[in-house]
Structures are given as C-alpha cells and as structure tokens.
Design a protein around this ligand. Structure first.
Ligand code: CA
Length: 239
C-alpha cells in the first residue's frame, strides 16, 4: 500500500535526527524533507548533543541504540538544559528502554519498524503540543463527546454532567495536559497520588477503569482513553 503523505501545516520545522542506522536515516530523510520539514542528521550521541546546542532544532528524533553513548543518557543530558521535544526510536527487543526514556523526559516514542503515517502523526502531535503550551490555556477542553470545563472543574459527556472523584479528575486533567501524547504509569501516579506511589500501578488500572466507565460509551473498547501496553496511557484527540 502506498499513500502520499498529506501536506503538513507544521512544515518548515527543523528536526534533528540522531540515528546511526543508514537505512533508517535515508527513509526519514526522504519522508520528512518531501513534506517540507528541514532535517539535520547526527550519527552519534555526542554529535547529536553538540548539534542541539548549536542548531536549536524544533524537535529531536533520537535512536536509543547509538554507537557511543546510550540514547537514554542523551535524553538525560538534554533534559538538564532544554525542553526541546524528543521522540525516541526503540527496538522491539528493548521495550523497557522506551519507558525509561519517557520517564527521563522524552515526549513520545516509535517502535521500529514504524510506518510513515504513524511517524508523521507523532510529529504533528508533538510539535503542536509545543505550540499549545506556548498559547494561553483555554478553560474548556473538548474531545469526542466529552467537554471538560477546567475553570469550574465540571465534566460533561454528551451534554450530561458526570461526577468524577478528585483522583479521577486529576487523572483526566493530567492526560489532557499531555493530550495526544503517551504518559507513563509512573508519571501519572506521581501526578495523581504523589511520588511515594510511583510503583503502585494496580491503583492506576483501577482509576483508569473507573474513568473509562464514566466517560467511554464502551469501557471495554475505549475510543479515547487508550492503553499503551507496558508503557502507560494516551488521551487520543482529533488531529
Ligand atoms: Ca541504532
């Protein structure tokens, strides 16, 4: 199946790709430049770190398996001084690493091999998120048939008010803050219960189940409160 990528409203953004694999670099170069992104390339962690400080990219695509320093360490070093969004590329046999990368401050991940549409969707969400954070926060957030009034802390589903417990509401607004992006179990637990509960993932499953029950038409087949297996959750929003 061949699909022509759609023109992208965020075209022109400067992306730094830190990846030692020649084939993946070629694939990303062709894909990203054809729709108007500008691309810089680094083939090692050190070169990547140097280019971030010199070129100030809008977004970083970071492979976790690099020849010199580990992608996790690159993430950690970058987060000491910059909030430039990072999308990590992880190999399927290193699933644990992407969770570590997210906990260290990476914004999202793609598991190799990934498709063009998936890649472009992640880029759009991540770049748009930066723009939204820079804008004034809107007091009302809507997705699917859910409407959340952040100012008055009221939630409506199909125009019927739904009562959430304080924890359910915190869980929901944390997902809204990261709308479209994955949030790890650890990040969510830290936000809703505090740092002492970071490992209590079974609580999270319970709260998420309750939230789905109140917001989703079919809690067993959620449309927007999406599980990312082994990683965390994502609030799916319209692109
Ligand atoms: Ca690699």
């Amino acid at each position: 199946m061949t699909q022509t990528p759609r023109p992208d409203p965020l075209a022109g953004a400067l992306i730094l790709l830190i990846e030692d694999d020649t084939q993946i670099r070629r694939f990303l170069r062709t894909t990203l430049t054809s729709i108007g992104y500008r691309l810089l390339e680094a083939t090692s962690g050190q070169d990547g770190l140097r280019q971030v400080s010199v070129q100030h990219p809008d977004l970083i695509i970071l492979d976790l398996g690099l020849p010199d320093i580990d992608g996790l360490e690159v993430t950690e070093q970058l987060r000491l001084w910059t909030s430039t969004p990072i999308i990590v590329l992880s190999a399927r046999d290193k699933e644990g690493d992407k969770v570590k990368a997210l906990d260290l401050g990476a914004d999202d991940y793609l598991t190799k091999p990934f498709g063009t549409e998936e890649l472009l969707a992640r880029l759009r969400v991540t770049l748009r998120h930066v723009q939204q954070v820079q804008r004034v926060e809107t007091p009302v957030f809507t997705f699917d048939n859910v409407c959340v009034d952040l100012e008055h802390r009221r939630v409506h589903v199909a125009e019927v008010e739904v009562h959430l417990t304080p924890i359910e509401y915190k869980l929901l607004i944390t997902l809204i803050r990261f709308a479209g992006k994955v949030v790890t179990q650890r990040q969510l637990l830290k936000e809703i219960c505090g740092p002492t509960y970071e490992k209590e993932t079974h609580y999270l499953r319970i709260y998420m189940g309750q939230l789905r029950h109140k917001l989703e038409a079919d809690p067993a087949q959620p449309r927007f409160l999406i599980t990312e297996p082994g990683v965390g959750y994502r609030l799916k929003v319209d692109e």
